[in-house]
Design a protein around this ligand. Structure first.
Ligand SMILES: [Zn+2]
Length: 416
């Protein structure tokens, strides 16, 4: 296969992103080790030393695993692209002799299937070694494999018609195909957001309406005060997979719901649960979901616009190890290779996300007692063994939520 200038640019960007991530992880670990001995002063009365040590050890183990995953993933990426793996697979699927649209659909599904199989050992390691050794894992091998099979079936049922439709658009709508594909993606994403809580999530977890009357009344008051219409408040059996606790806000339109992990309900007082709920409601009140769709949609539109140009450039295909240009190959190359180019945008996305967390915290502090939100956050960070002392640069790249000390200082400054 041929190597061209674009191959070198690709290798350079991939190497730059790996080296950067490596350096960030090293910094992060050094920072955590340096602060392991002592609980930060402002938390000394809230977090026992043992929890602080556990958070330090767990975080280090987690980021080291992430680094190994990054290296393995990059080797697989190079085999797929410059190693000619994708072209090899394409040749094989082409040899069946089907029409282009079917060849493309089978090819894309095969890439997904092979990637999922290659990911399995790492996912297994994460659940049954990493999480297990810190006492977080509750998943059994049976649940692990059932999840895989269910995920596969859902992806096949939803993905197959979507892939066929996108390839059909590409073949039949001229040079502005990328605009139609973008619109399809947008409609599909909104549809999935609407359908996910009601139809897909229940295949993996059990959801029961929140039954505790006292808590329910308090929560309904909070929702009514804010004009929030939802399908209800649910408790999810997160404890079947992990002891990590969380709460989230999901769905669209009439399908909106608020979900608490059962593990969270068990850990927090009613006051704290109300404060956490107010935070989730804050995301809704501040239009964070719409803002996220807007940002993602713009990035995606630019990406697809670039793809509309690249599809006619032989150097793009050849530079990534594909010798036969096609509609489906351009999609797959774009999907597998773009993280090497977009990695350096990550601090921007993380910063937006952290900004949204501050806004939701502000809202929650106005609606509930600031002190309740703070104690809830401390329990959450403690129970999930999140480090209190991340490296600031690592955090800027990777943290979608502000580190606990910054988040709590923000609340105290504003509302104390
Ligand atoms: Zn949040």
């Amino acid at each position: 296969m041929g190597v061209n200038t674009f191959s070198y640019i690709f290798i350079f960007c991939l190497a730059a992103s790996i080296i950067t991530q490596w350096v960030l992880v090293k910094r992060h670990i050094r920072h955590i080790r340096a602060n392991r001995a002592q609980v930060p002063a402002e938390f000394s009365d809230k977090i026992p030393e043992a929890s602080h040590h556990k958070a330090a050890d767990y975080t280090q183990a987690k980021v080291k695993t992430g680094l190994v995953e990054l290296i393995i993933g990059s080797v697989i990426l190079l085999i797929w692209t410059l190693g000619g793996g994708l072209q090899f697979l394409d040749n094989y699927v082409r040899s069946i002799g089907l029409a282009e649209i079917y060849t493309g659909t089978i090819f894309i599904l095969a890439v997904f299937l092979i990637s999922a199989i290659l990911d399995t050992p790492m996912s297994w390691y994460r659940a049954f070694n990493l999480e297990q050794s810190f006492g977080f894992n509750k998943m059994t091998p049976k649940v692990f494999f059932m999840d895989m099979i269910k995920n596969g079936i859902v992806a096949l049922i939803i993905g197959t018609p979507l892939i066929m439709f996108v390839l059909w658009i590409m073949e039949n709508s001229g040079s502005y195909w990328w605009l139609y594909v973008w619109a399809t993606w947008l409609v599909f994403s909104l549809l999935m957001m609407w359908a996910y809580p009601a139809f897909i999530a229940p295949m993996f977890n059990k959801f029961r309406p929140l039954e505790n009357e006292e808590l329910k009344v308090r929560i309904e008051n909070l929702l009514d005060r804010n004009g929030f219409k939802s399908q209800g408040i649910y408790v999810m059996d997160g404890s079947t997979r992990s002891t990590h606790g969380n709460a989230y806000f999901t769905g669209l339109g009439a399908n909106k719901r608020i979900v608490f992990f059962d593990t969270l309900i068990d850990e927090l007082s009613y006051d704290e649960i109300e404060a956490v709920l107010a935070h989730e409601l804050g995301h809704f009140k501040c239009n964070h979901i719409k803002k996220r769709i807007t940002v993602l949609g713009s990035v995606f539109l630019i990406g697809l616009g670039i793809l509309g140009w690249l599809i006619n450039e032989a150097w793009f295909f050849n530079g990534l190890g594909a010798t036969i240009p096609s509609d489906y190959m351009v999609l797959v190359l774009f999907m597998v290779a773009s993280p090497a180019f977009t990695f350096f945008m990550q601090p921007m996305f993380s910063a937006i996300s952290r900004q949204h967390e501050f806004e939701a915290d502000d809202f929650a502090a106005e609606q509930a007692q600031t002190e309740n939100l703070i104690t809830a956050l401390v329990s959450l960070y403690r129970e999930n063994a999140n480090t209190l002392t991340p490296d600031p640069m690592y955090s800027a790249f990777h943290d979608s939520h502000p580190p606990a000390p910054i988040r709590i200082a923000h609340l105290k400054n504003k509302f104390a």
